[in-house]
Design a protein around this ligand. Structure first.
Ligand code: 1GP
Length: 245
C-alpha cells in the first residue's frame, strides 16, 4: 500500500521509536559540500535526507545537489519543496506538502496542482504531508503567508492535524521555522500526538540532544535538524543518539 520510501520510514520508526532526518538547503550548500555533510550525518545515524527550503527555486541546482548526495549515501533523499520548482527528477521521494494554515490557497492546493505534473512525469513517490507552521515561523511563515499557531495554543494544531488525518494526510509536520529561537514545545507535541494517528514530524530550532530527547518522549516520530548541520555538524550525532534513545 505504501511506497518504498514511506515503508522504509515506517519500519525505521517501528524499530527505533523516533528517528532523525537532516534537512539540507541547496541554496546554502553547493553539491560537494551538501554531499559531504549528508555522508557525515548518515554515519551519525540520520535516517533520511531532506533537500529543499522555502526560498530554494533553482531547479538545476537542486537536482545537482540531490544527485551529489545520492552518490554518497544509502538512506533515502527526499524533496522538501517550497514551491513547484522544488520538484526534481533524481530524488527518491517528495514530501507532498500542503501548508494548511496559510492564508493563501496557492500554498494549500495551488502549488501542489502545478507540482503534481512534475511528480507524475518523473515518477517520484509522493508522501502526503499536512504542514503546520507554529510560533515564530521563520522564512516559511513569511513566504507561505501563514497565520501561525501560537505556541501556547496546541489545541489549534490538534484540530488541524485531525483534519489532515481525515483528509488522508499520513504525515503531519509541526514546523517552528528554520533557525528560530524557540522550537515546538514538548507539551505542544504531546497534545497533537494524543489525537493524531499518522507519522508526526517536528522541526525548527532544534540544536541539542536534550531537546531531541524531550520531543521524542513527547511523541515525535521524526525530528528534523537543518541549521545545526551547517553550524556544528558533529553535534548532530548527539541529537540522533538522544532522539533514538
Ligand atoms: C526547517 O524544520 C526545519 O524546515 C529545520 O529547522 O534549520 O532550525 O534545524 P532548523
Amino acid at each position: 500500500m505504501y511506497g518504498e520510501v514511506e515503508s522504509r520510514i515506517r519500519r525505521d520508526i517501528e524499530r527505533h521509536g523516533t528517528i532523525c532526518f537532516g534537512l539540507i538547503d541547496p541554496e546554502n550548500n553547493p553539491p560537494e559540500i551538501a554531499s559531504g555533510l549528508a555522508a557525515k550525518i548518515e554515519e551519525y545515524g540520520v535516517r533520511g535526507i531532506l533537500v529543499g527550503g522555502s526560498t530554494a527555486a533553482d531547479q538545476f541546482e537542486i537536482d545537482k545537489v540531490v544527485r551529489a548526495i545520492k552518490s554518497r549515501v544509502e538512506i533515502p533523499v527526499i524533496l522538501f519543496p517550497g514551491n513547484a520548482s522544488g520538484v526534481v527528477p533524481s530524488a527518491d521521494a517528495v514530501l507532498f506538502i500542503s501548508l494548511l494554515n496559510s492564508e493563501d490557497p496557492y500554498f494549500i492546493t495551488g502549488a501542489q496542482a502545478l507540482g503534481s505534473l512534475l511528480v507524475n512525469k518523473y515518477g517520484i513517490e509522493a508522501i502526503p504531508v499536512g504542514y503546520l507552521v507554529v510560533g515564530e515561523g521563520g522564512a516559511i511563515g513569511f513566504v507561505g503567508k501563514v497565520r501561525p499557531i501560537p505556541l501556547y495554543k496546541p489545541e489549534l494544531a490538534v484540530m488541524y492535524s485531525l483534519a489532515a488525518w481525515y483528509m488522508g494526510m499520513r504525515f503531519v509536520y509541526l514546523e517552528a521555522g528554520s533557525g528560530v529561537a524557540s522550537h515546538v514545545p514538548p507539551e505542544f507535541v504531546r497534545k497533537v500526538r494524543a489525537s493524531y494517528k499518522g507519522v508526526l514530524m517536528v522541526g525548527g530550532g532544534i540544536r541539542d540532544g536534550a531537546t531531541a530527547k524531550e520531543l521524542a518522549k513527547a511523541g515525535a516520530d521524526i525530528i528534523v535538524v537543518g541549521t545545526l548541520i551547517e553550524k556544528d555538524v558533529e553535534k548532530v550525532r548527539e541529537v540522533v543518539e538522544e532522539a533514538m534513545g
